[in-house]
Design a protein around this ligand. Structure first.
Ligand SMILES: Nc1nc2c(c(=O)[nH]1)N[C@@H](CN(C=O)c1ccc(C(=O)N[C@@H](CCC(=O)O)C(=O)O)cc1)CN2
Length: 292
């Protein structure tokens, strides 16, 4: 029997409802609501869609958003000046710098310049350090989305073999950290996994992925995970978003893998929508942190 489809869109909508109530309470108690500054540099159409979706989500949960759109030829210094202005602006609680940035701009230089208390993507080294030490200030959006899907679907990773395919700073490394952690702000079922990280240089990768009770695919290669790389009954979380000639697909060969997995996230409507709602949660967290 084909595995259960884990509907990320429905889970994200539910979290949005919960969050809208929390934002309304925050506004009632503090007057001003949380505010997110969105910074988009260049003309990448996908990035423009993601930022638009984030601003629409802000509207739905009651967070104010302010847009800063800069041309593709923007230099590093100009962008750093904008970040400094947003850091100093008391009306801004969170700063989102949409990635990727144009090639003339070093992403690390920009992300390091965002004030750690306004770092709602959890990309700043201080926040990554806190996460690794098991005392997170923010949870990174996509990895947090993965945990929420597992938790709200009643899937436990505790004591299970978890394999993460991919070692990016945005997904692979932080999701592995969270799954292996001793405890989790999301819940006791989302931590204490036995985690293996695989990547493009891993030898006999399929032999390792076949050991996974929970397999997280985040390697950025369309349909990379085939059915013969998956243990029957495994839970498969697909974090890939790939635009191909035949349309949008994930890093998992969905139709074939669904036949042997016990549960699987689709693309679209899987992890992606959770990324957006977790950014909303981090913006509220940032506003709370800035009250003191
Ligand atoms: N500053 C950041 N930049 C980027 C991040 C990030 O978390 N912070 N992640 C990705 C892009 N991203 C959010 O920014 C993102 C990607 C996909 C989705 C999503 O909902 N996808 C839909 C499909 C929509 C489509 O592309 O047609 C889905 O999976 O259902 C949301 C956010 C890189 N940059």
């Amino acid at each position: 029997m084909a595995g259960t489809v884990l509907d990320g869109k429905a889970i994200a909508s539910q979290i949005e409802i919960e969050l809208a109530e929390e934002v309304a309470d925050f506004i009632q108690n503090n007057g001003d609501g949380p505010t997110l500054a969105a910074v988009l540099v260049g003309d990448d159409p996908a990035s423009a869609v993601y930022v638009r979706n984030k601003r629409l989500a802000c509207d739905r949960v009651g967070i104010e958003s302010k847009m800063h759109r800069l041309p593709a030829e923007t230099g590093e210094e100009e962008l750093l000046e904008l970040i400094a202005k947003l850091n100093a602006d008391e009306d801004i609680n969170g700063i989102l710098v949409q990635l990727p940035l144009p090639p003339q701009i070093r992403s690390a230089k920009i992300l390091d310049a965002v004030h750690p208390l306004k770092d709602v993507d959890c990309f700043h080294p201080e926040n990554v350090g806190l996460l690794v030490q098991g005392r997170p200030r923010f949870l990174p959006c996509t990895p947090h989305g993965v945990l929420q899907i597992l938790d709200r679907s009643g899937i436990s990773v505790a004591g299970k073999q978890c394999v993460v395919v991919g070692r990016s700073d945005i997904v692979g490394k932080p999701v592995a950290t969270l799954l292996a952690a001793k405890d989790s702000p999301v819940g006791p079922n989302c931590c204490n996994g036995t985690v293996t990280v695989c990547h493009s240089r891993t030898s006999d990768l399929a032999a390792i992925t076949r050991t996974a009770d929970v397999l997280v695919a985040a390697i950025g290669i369309p349909k990379f995970i085939k059915a013969d790389m998956v243990k029957p009954g495994a839970v498969v979380i697909d974090v890939g978003i790939n635009r191909t000639e035949t349309g949008l697909c994930g890093d998992v060969d969905y139709e074939a893998v669904r036949e042997i997995a016990s549960a699987i996230t689709p693309v679209p409507r899987g992890v992606g929508p959770l990324t957006v709602v977790m950014l909303m949660l981090n913006t509220l967290t940032a506003a709370r942190l800035q009250l003191t």
